[in-house]
Design a protein around this ligand. Structure first.
Ligand code: NDP
Length: 401
C-alpha cells in the first residue's frame, strides 16, 4: 500500500500520472496537485483509474505542508519546476515524507546547474530518517544509471563518459521547446562546461559541436557540448574519471531562432521595466511559445539518448560501450498522449519512485541515481516502455577542443 503525490501537471506530470496509474500494485493511491487544478483534473480524466486532484502553490511552504498533512503520502514526486525543489524538500522534512525530483534546484535569478543547494539537505534528511532521490528523469537520471550499469557489467574502470542526447523528432512548429521553455532556454544558453583531468573546463555557449551518426540508421545530427547537472554528481561518485562531457542535438532552425531571440534580449532573466512594471523577458517569451504538452499530437520521429563509456575492462584492456535508448514520439503519444521528451522523463520518475517504495533503493539522506544498484532500474526500463541496448564499440569521436 503506498500513496504518492505528484506535484506539477505539465508534460512530465501527465506521463508520471499515467505510468503510476498503470502500476496499481505499487502506487495504490495517486494524488495529482499543481498550481492550476484544472490541469490536474484534465490529466486525471485520462487515467485508467481514479486519482485525487488538488491545488498547491509549491513555492509556498506552509501551503505545501498543509497539502502533505491532508493527503499523508509516502512519497512526493516533484515534477513542477526546479525553482520549487527546496520549498518542497522543506515541506517534506516538516511532515516526514520522502522526496524525488527530476531536475536540480535553480535560483530564479541565476541560470545555474549546481547540486550544492540540495546536497546541503543531506544531514536533515538523514536525521529525519527520510530519503530524497535527486534527478530521476532521463538526463539526469537514466544517463547516470547507464553509467553505473556499464561500470558494473563491462568497464569497472571508466575513464571517459560522453552523454549524447539526440532528438531527431519534428513538431512542425517554427520554434518550440520540448519541455518547459523557460528552463530549456536557460539551460541551452548557459556556458558549456566539461570535466577534464580533475578540473572543469568552460566553453562559450554552444561553441563546440560535432557531427553524430545515430545508431539504427536514424540519421546524422549535429551535437553541441553543454553543461548538464549529472556531470557534477557523476564526477563526484565515479572515481578515476578523466573526462566527462554532455552533448545535445539541436536543429539549425532552433538555433537560428534562439540566436535572434538572444540578440534582441528576449532570453534575459533579469527584470526589465515595461510600462512601469518589472517583467522578465524570458518569462514573457514563455507565455508566447507553444506549451510543450501541446506538442504531443504533432511530433513525429525518434529520440536517441545514450552514454558512451571508455576505460579498462576487467582484464585491463581498453574497452568502449554505448548504452542507449531509442524512443518514438508517436508511440509515446499513442500510449500516454505525450511526446517522447516528457515520456523519457516521466517513466524514469515513476521507476525511481517504484525503487523507493519497494525498498529496492533505500537509504536515509539525499542521493543521486548513480549511488544505487543499476540492475533493478534497468530491468524496469525494459518493462515500462524504455528498452535499451548495449553496443560494444565506439559510436563517437569528438573533435579536439
Ligand atoms: P511544464 O512547464 O510543462 O510543467 C510544469 C508544471 O509545474 C505546470 O503544471 C506548472 O503549473 C507547475 N508549477 C509551476 N510552478 C508551480 C508552483 N509554484 N506550484 C505548483 N506547481 C507549479 O514542465 P515539464 O513538465 O516540461 O517539466 C517538469 C520538470 O521536469 C521540470 O523541472 C523540468 O526541468 C524537468 N525535466 C527533466 C528532464 C530530465 O530528463 N531529467 C527532462 C525534461 C524536463 P502551471 O500549469 O500552473 O504553470
Amino acid at each position: 500500500m503506498s500513496k504518492v503525490i505528484i506535484i506539477g501537471a505539465g508534460g512530465v506530470g501527465a506521463v508520471v500520472a499515467h505510468k503510476c496509474a498503470q502500476m496499481p500494485e505499487v502506487f495504490t493511491d495517486i494524488v495529482l496537485a499543481s498550481r492550476t487544478k484544472s490541469k490536474c483534473d484534465a490529466i486525471a480524466a485520462q487515467l485508467p483509474r481514479p486519482a485525487t486532484t488538488d491545488q498547491v502553490d509549491a513555492d509556498n511552504v506552509p501551503q505545501t505542508i498543509a497539502l502533505l498533512k491532508k493527503h499523508k503520502p509516502d512519497l512526493v514526486i516533484n515534477v513542477a519546476l526546479p525553482y520549487q525543489d527546496l520549498h518542497i524538500m522543506d515541506a517534506c522534512l516538516e511532515v516526514g515524507v520522502n522526496y524525488l525530483d527530476t531536475a536540480n534546484y535553480e535560483p530564479p535569478d541565476q541560470a545555474k546547474f549546481e547540486y550544492k543547494w540540495q546536497w546541503a539537505y543531506q544531514d536533515r534528511f538523514k536525521q529525519a530518517g527520510l530519503m530524497a532521490l535527486l534527478g530521476s528523469g532521463f538526463d539526469p537520471g537514466v544517463t547516470s544509471v547507464f553509467c553505473t550499469y556499464g561500470r558494473k557489467h563491462f568497464i569497472p574502470n571508466i575513464e571517459e563518459i560522453d552523454i549524447i542526447d539526440c532528438n531527431a523528432g519534428n513538431h512542425g512548429q517554427p520554434f518550440a521547446t520540448n519541455f518547459n521553455p523557460e528552463i530549456n532556454i536557460r539551460e541551452v544558453t548557459a556556458r558549456g562546461r566539461f570535466w577534464q583531468d580533475g578540473k572543469w573546463v568552460e566553453t562559450d555557449p554552444l561553441s563546440v559541436k560535432s557531427p553524430f551518426i545515430m545508431p539504427e540508421e536514424l540519421g546524422k545530427l549535429k551535437i553541441y557540448l553543454m553543461y548538464h547537472e549529472e556531470l557534477e554528481s557523476l564526477t563526484k561518485h565515479i572515481p578515476g574519471l578523466k573526462r566527462a562531457r554532455f552533448w545535445m542535438s539541436f536543429s539549425e532552425n532552433y538555433l537560428k531562432h534562439l540566436e535572434v531571440l538572444g540578440n534582441v534580449g528576449m532570453t534575459r532573466i533579469d527584470p526589465v521595466k515595461f510600462k512601469g512594471v518589472d517583467i522578465i523577458p524570458l518569462q514573457f517569451l514563455k507565455t508566447l511559445l507553444p506549451d510543450p504538452a501541446s506538442l504531443g499530437p504533432l511530433t513525429k520521429g525518434k529520440t536517441c539518448i545514450g552514454c558512451q563509456l571508455k576505460g579498462k575492462d576487467t582484464a585491463g584492456n581498453d574497452s568502449t560501450v554505448f548504452i542507449y535508448n531509442i524512443c518514438d514520439h508517436e508511440a509515446c503519444y499513442d500510449e500516454v498522449r505525450s511526446q517522447a521528451i516528457s515520456y523519457t522523463t516521466g517513466v524514469p520518475a515513476m521507476i525511481g519512485a517504484k525503487m523507493m517504495l519497494t525498498g529496492k533503493w533505500a537509504g536515509q539522506g539525499v542521493f543521486n541515481m548513480e549511488q544505487f544498484d543499476p540492475d533493478p532500474f534497468m530491468s524496469d526500463l525494459k518493462l515500462c516502455g524504455l528498452p535499451w541496448k548495449v553496443m560494444r564499440q565506439p559510436v563517437f569521436t569528438a573533435p579536439p577542443h
